[in-house]
Ligand binder design. Structure first.
Ligand code: FES
Ligand SMILES: [Fe+2]
Length: 383
């Protein structure tokens, strides 16, 4: 078995991560704890909770969470568990203007997570009991942060602040730190893939596969138009110097973000994985994010959301262009399914050593593998 420390060797000689990280449920459990719960992971889109009182339940590696938009417009994340007997509190996305009421015994929490009602807790005639101290029994809040349309959560509570962890990317993409506009379900889709979540990261990082897996995309944004993006320990991906914005037959185009540098007008676009599980892409007229929501060692839900630069671009007048844009991205991500699922099947080959990297083309993938190996340390994880 390839040891994790071989992964961190220089790319010329390194092997990739070993098979158990893709196939062994016990390894997956430990890896999830360290990588997904121990870092800032993407769990939802801001557009899932557009208005005060909106609640959105989601699981991250089996941990039940709720995303809540408060009256102060702030997004908060809580563990989705009632402090009474541990029932999952919010079952479905929806409105909770009157607070979140547990379906079991009706304990009710406000949008800030405070416990506000405990009906009959003191017996058939009493809604209070001296042993049940409401201020002590609020929902358990999870540190959260929103960035470029995505709600991130750090379940362990031990990660460095988001702005610190991703300071370099926030600087690189500071021009895109602007209001984003959503149009609801039309710019969102979900894919269900039979692979380990890391394979989706690895495939997204690199442009090497373009000529064979995305021939249409490659016909205008060719492999030679791409460059690698590598920031050890934080993110990696690739960029292109050729991006054609969507244009309607009558020549209409989507509004662009304001005050962008010349490069973005010349057609630049960048595709970066914020470790561990958010695949983001920026273009002058839209941003997208794919959340990788692992369902087990070999099963991942991929949620894609697309965000626009102005209210006008997200309005009915431009619905046709947004539909085309979403369809194009869906096509690209559909084309990737065959390879990520194929790599998953390949990982059952018992003597596969994690593979090798092209020093020219796979720098971003190697950067991700090295981060995973480093995060797991000299772990007993493989024993
Ligand atoms: S478990 Fe929620 S009120 Fe009893
Ligand atoms: Fe791809």
């Amino acid at each position: 078995m390839t040891l994790l420390n071989e992964v961190s060797q220089p790319i010329e000689t390194a092997n990739g991560l070993p098979n158990p990280l893709y196939t062994d449920p016990a390894v997956y459990a430990e890896e999830s704890r360290r990588l997904l719960l121990g870092n800032w992971s993407g769990i939802a889109f801001e557009g899932d909770v557009p208005e005060a009182g909106d609640v959105y339940p989601v699981e991250l590696a089996g941990i039940p969470l709720i995303v809540v938009r408060g009256r102060d417009a702030q997004v908060r994340v809580f563990e989705n568990v009632c402090r009474h007997r541990g029932m999952v509190l919010v079952q479905e996305p929806g409105k909770a203007r009157q607070g979140m009421r547990c379906p079991y015994h009706s304990w009710t929490y406000d949008l800030n997570g405070r416990l506000v009602a405990t009906p009959l807790v003191g017996g058939p005639d009493a809604n209070h009991h001296p042993c049940i101290d409401k201020p002590e029994l609020g929902l358990l809040e999870v540190p959260s942060h929103t960035y470029l349309g995505v709600v991130y959560a750090n379940v362990s509570g031990n990660a460095a602040p988001f702005e610190e962890r991703h300071s370099k990317l926030m600087k690189r993409w500071q021009e895109f730190n602007q209001p984003l506009f959503f149009d609801g379900s039309a710019s969102e889709f979900t894919l269900d893939v039979a692979c380990n979540w890391k394979l989706a990261v690895e495939n997204y990082c690199e442009a090497y596969h373009l000529p064979w897996i995305h021939p249409d995309l490659n016909s205008y944004s060719r492999i030679e138009d791409h460059y690698n993006i590598v920031e050890p320990g934080a993110y990696s991906g690739q960029g292109t110097t050729v991006f054609n914005p969507t244009r309607s037959e009558d020549g209409r185009m989507l509004d662009t973000f304001t005050d962008l540098r010349e490069a973005w007008w010349n057609g630049q676009a960048e595709y970066i994985v914020l470790y561990p599980n958010v695949l983001a892409g920026v273009h002058r007229d839209h941003i997208f994010a794919m959340l990788l929501l692992p369902q087990g060692v070999d099963h991942t839900i991929e949620r894609v959301g697309i965000f626009y630069a102005s209210e006008r671009a997200a309005s009915e007048d431009f619905a046709d262009l947004r539909t085309v844009n979403a369809r194009q991205w869906r096509l690209v991500f559909d084309e990737d399914i065959q390879v990520v699922e194929g790599m998953q099947r390949g990982r059952k080959a018992p003597h596969f050593d994690g593979g090798r990297f092209s020093p020219a083309m796979d720098a971003a993938t190697h950067c991700f593998h090295a981060w995973v190996a480093d995060s797991l340390g000299e772990a007993d994880i493989l024993r």
